[in-house]
Design a protein around this ligand. Structure first.
Ligand SMILES: [Cu+2]
Length: 163
């Protein structure tokens, strides 16, 4: 009888930063644009949030966020493991100097954990992001089932979340 040896495939979560290091117009600090979140249904504990960050004159790092809409805001990455999309919390998201980082469906995103009420399409809610160097940046997050015009578009749903 042949011996079956089971190989454990250890998958490393590479922080896949899709950061295009294109030179941007000189700006002192980070810029956050096109923040949006998917609508959620009653009983859904977390919602995904997406936005685009453009780096300033020096590299920065997104450390955390907070909002009145949920108990906490987590930074997540999404990777494929076989056929399964898995999300992981990451401690920070690097923003290269002059580069852009897009948080979009299927990749890096914000996760609004412990929603106080479902996010409804058409509403907006305030979000405060905290950067290592730029400090606090406040933006409004638009709730929409589609990326707003000009926002980072992605493919693949963010629906099947299991937290
Ligand atoms: Cu997530």
């Amino acid at each position: 009888m042949p011996t079956l040896r089971r190989t454990l495939l250890a998958t490393t979560a590479a922080l896949g930063l899709l950061a295009a290091a294109l030179p941007a117009l000189a700006q002192k600090t980070v810029k956050v644009e096109g923040a949006w979140a998917r609508p959620t249904v009653q009983g859904q504990g977390g919602g995904g949030g997406f936005l685009k960050i453009t780096g300033g004159a020096q590299a920065d790092r997104l450390l955390s966020g907070s909002t009145s809409a949920s108990n906490t805001v987590e930074l997540h990455t999404m990777t494929m493991e076989g056929d399964v999309m898995r999300m992981r919390q990451v401690p920070g998201i690097d923003v290269p100097a002059g580069g852009t980082v897009e948080l979009k469906p299927g990749g890096l995103h914000l996760m609004f954990m412990g929603l106080k009420q479902p996010l409804k399409a058409g509403e907006t809610f305030p979000l405060t992001l905290r950067f290592e160097k730029a400090g606090e940046v406040k933006v409004d997050v638009k709730v929409s089932s589609q990326p707003p015009a000009g926002a980072a578009a992605g493919h693949g749903g963010h629906g099947g979340h299991k937290h």
